[in-house]
Design a protein around this ligand. Structure first.
Ligand code: GLC
Length: 738
């Protein structure tokens, strides 16, 4: 008996819930409700500690509260991979030997997959690398709308359509944050070109703001649960976006209930009063007046540092705004640096390389493929000629803050050579000389691309090599140097640079088996489009570029990408340029194209694009059945299901992105001809049929009525259009909103 009692009492002790944490300060208790932790920490902080918490202490870090054991907050670029470590107050890398990374495809490529699963894979992978590098905030993704093909930073964003960008940003944010790393969705807002980016004062009507430029940010906050947002450099209606009352307090924190921290872009803060009152929470990168960069105590001269403290001490402002900023920074810290349940991350793993390759393979867009030029069949080939600087040029170095120091980058030429092996000869010729540079912030590509030959000589060499080849692959496009796809500058025209058109036309004249692969983050003009049988938009694909490209070229992967933005034939076909409302006049610009951005403009004008939004071919073919609706009308509570059968009528497996567009046949305010309101990527075996169904509710029918300041859906007839692109509608069905 005695023994039993003893055993029971031991078991009782063993089963008693041991206190997870000994009694201590609530803010240190990881299991305490986060808001209790915030209030407890706030109550313990001195005024100077609060002021210190809301601005940077170094180029990419903010101080915690050392006395209380609240850790520093470390941020890192960028949207495509984890930036190399920099010196305390420099942009140049610190030459660490443990910080090379995997470069993932640029976000235009991710958008081109039209596959939220790829966005989740992307966020998971890059989040693991940020976590492993012990970073708390990832400065990305960027979701600014693609408004002009000249914007130097379009490659960092997700295209021209707010619905596509909204669907793709949410999984990226959610998966990054599962690593205990905050996404910092940028650049909020209406930062759609780089020219005079620090000073341009942007204005636009509320319909364009709410229907086009804000949705992706709204989705990132309301559905993605983003823990931080980055203010943009530009002004909106005369106030810098980093401290803009309407964007930050009224919309982001008011209408959307954002509880995270607003982080300035680096150098985006210009006024202490506005910073105090207009919703900024964390100041980074300010060039402090009177002090050179890097001078001692330069950070104390930040707008939200000494100047703020002095205002409080002089009684000019209270501490309510300060406490709100501190609460948000503490909340961000508890979600990241002080989150004890965060995983450990990983770096440069084969899973990450596989993810980069898979996203690249799914994002490559086959624009044109006449005479079944692609995929290449190696069996019949003896000599493949690869032409172009972009076949060899490293693209992960340069382009601005998204520049990286990669562990490896497989070039298109390397990828093709690896795939071909000894089964055929692969010859490379330069074709043209573009940008021979290869250094950014102390990271060098190690390539010597110098070539003093004339364009004529280079073209002659390329033509000679291409003569008689079994296939010619021209790899060109843009690059990451100034006035190409690069932060801080915009392109000067739609044309391909470096006289590439001459090379392409010369190659087309000498060999019909020509493929043009464009490495870029922007649309380009293609005067030779009819002479080139096969054209691919291959984006900036990162570390696995060559392998992803070769995989599609040789048919290991069946391309399934669709364009996330339109390719206009001419620049003036684009709405921002047709209305001359891109570049500033007297420092200002007003978006006169309003809601008519991208295909919305082209369809309003009846202008045929070179390649349409949502366009992308496959190595197989798909047939669409009749588009049906399960009811003839809905009211504001109902759901109508639009369905279509899709069949793979070809001889190999493939994926099709089935797109749903809705048209409001009668509206009291102008509306686009149609708008993307649904998409689904379906994998189909040869001969397989699947039914794709899109649930439609009144939410999808609404537009923002800026005369009433709210979203409205007007009764009447609507049309659901289902297709393989915005310009390839395969069926429609009408229905009524009662
Ligand atoms: C840059 C960019 C921003 C980047 C930040 C830190 O100027 O605008 O995207 O995250 O500064 O490098």
């Amino acid at each position: 008996m005695q023994l039993q009692v003893g055993l029971l009492s031991m078991m009782a002790v063993a089963c008693a819930p041991t206190p997870k944490h000994t009694a201590g300060p609530v803010y240190l208790d990881p299991d305490a409700p986060i808001e209790e932790r915030v209030e407890d920490a706030l109550a313990r902080m001195t005024l100077r500690e609060k002021i210190a918490l809301i601005h940077a202490q170094s180029k990419f870090s903010a101080p915690g509260v050392p006395r209380l054991g609240i850790p520093e907050l470390w941020t890192t670029d960028g949207p495509h991979g984890i930036r190399p470590e920099v010196l305390w107050d420099e942009w140049d890398q610190a030459s660490w030997t443990n910080d090379s990374c995997v470069a993932y495809p640029a976000l235009t490529c991710l958008a081109a997959t039209w596959n939220p699963e790829m966005a989740a894979l992307y966020g998971k992978s890059i989040g693991e690398e940020a976590r492993y590098r012990e970073k708390d905030v990832l400065l990305g993704p960027g979701v600014n709308i693609y408004r002009t093909p000249l914007n130097g930073r379009n490659f960092e964003y997700m295209g021209e359509d707010p619905y596509l960008a909204s669907r793709m940003v949410v999984p990226y944010v959610q998966e990054v944050q599962k690593n205990g790393v905050a996404a910092c969705v940028k650049h909020y807002a209406i930062n759609n070109e780089e020219t005079h980016r620090h000073t341009i004062d942007v204005d636009l009507d509320d319909r364009a703001l709410y229907e086009i430029y804000l949705p992706a940010f709204k989705a990132a906050v309301e559905e993605g649960g983003a823990w931080s947002i980055m203010g943009a450099y530009n002004l909106y209606r005369g106030q810098h976006c980093c401290h803009n009352q309407r964007l930050l307090n009224d919309i982001l924190k008011g209408e959307w209930g954002f509880d995270g921290a607003v982080i300035s872009d680096w150098g985006g803060v210009h006024d202490t009063n506005e910073a105090i009152h207009n919703g900024l929470d964390l100041e980074f990168g300010t060039w402090t007046d009177g002090l050179t960069m890097g001078a001692t105590n330069a950070y104390d001269n930040y707008y939200m540092a000494e100047p703020y403290l002095q205002k409080i001490e002089r009684g000019e402002v209270g501490t309510d705004e300060l406490d709100d900023k501190v609460r948000r920074v503490l909340r961000l810290t508890f979600r990241t640096a002080m989150n004890p349940y965060k995983p450990f991350g990983s770096m440069r793993s084969e899973e990450h390389y596989a993810a980069a390759r898979r996203i690249g393979e799914e994002g490559i867009v086959l624009l044109r493929n006449e005479n079944k030029t692609l995929p290449f069949d190696l069996d019949g080939m003896k000599r493949i000629v690869v032409v172009g600087e972009n076949a060899v040029k490293m693209m992960t170095v340069g382009g601005g803050s998204s520049s990286l120091k990669v562990q490896r980058e497989v070039s298109p030429l390397d990828g093709i050579r690896a795939r071909v092996g000894d089964r055929a000869e692969v010859v490379w010729v330069r074709g043209y000389v573009g940008d021979v540079g290869g250094e950014y912030n102390g990271v060098t590509s190690g390539q010597n691309l110098r070539d003093d030959r004339s364009a004529g000589a280079l073209i002659a060499e390329a033509v000679e090599a291409a003569r008689g080849a079994d296939a010619v692959v021209f790899v060109g496009g843009l690059n990451k140097s100034d006035r190409q796809d690069c932060e801080g500058t915009d392109r000067e025209g739609l044309e391909l640079p470096y006289e590439q058109d001459r090379v392409i036309e010369a190659l087309a004249a000498v060999n019909p088996r020509l493929v043009v692969a464009l490495v870029s983050g922007n649309a380009v003009a293609m005067p030779w489009v009819e002479q080139v049988p096969a054209i691919m938009q291959v984006w900036y694909l990162g570390s696995e570029a060559g392998n992803a490209l070769a995989s599609v070229l040789f048919g290991d992967a069946n391309p399934s990408g669709k364009l996330p933005f339109s390719f206009p034939v001419r620049l003036e076909d684009n709405g921002a340029h047709a209305t001359d409302s891109i570049f500033p006049h007297d420092g200002k610009t007003y978006y006169k194209d309003g809601i008519f951005v991208g295909y919305r403009w082209l369809e309003k004008e009846g202008t045929t694009p070179l390649f349409a939004f949502g366009h992308g071919l496959s190595y197989t073919t798909f047939e669409y059945g009749a588009v049906t609706a399960d009811r003839k009308s809905i009211d504001e509570r109902g759901t109508l299901n639009v369905s279509v059968e899709v069949t793979n009528t070809g001889d190999r497996a493939g994926a099709e992105v089935v797109q749903l567009y809705l048209a409001d046949c009668e509206s009291s305010l102008p509306r686009p001809v149609k708008e993307l309101k649904g998409f689904e990527k379906v994998q189909l075996e040869p001969g397989e049929t699947k039914v794709v169904t899109f649930p439609v509710t009144v939410e999808a029918l609404k537009y923002y009525d800026d005369t009433q300041g709210r979203w409205v859906a007007e009764k009447g007839t609507f049309e659901a259009m289902v297709g393989a692109s915005s310009a390839d509608i395969r069926g429609t069905v009408a229905f009524e909103l009662k």
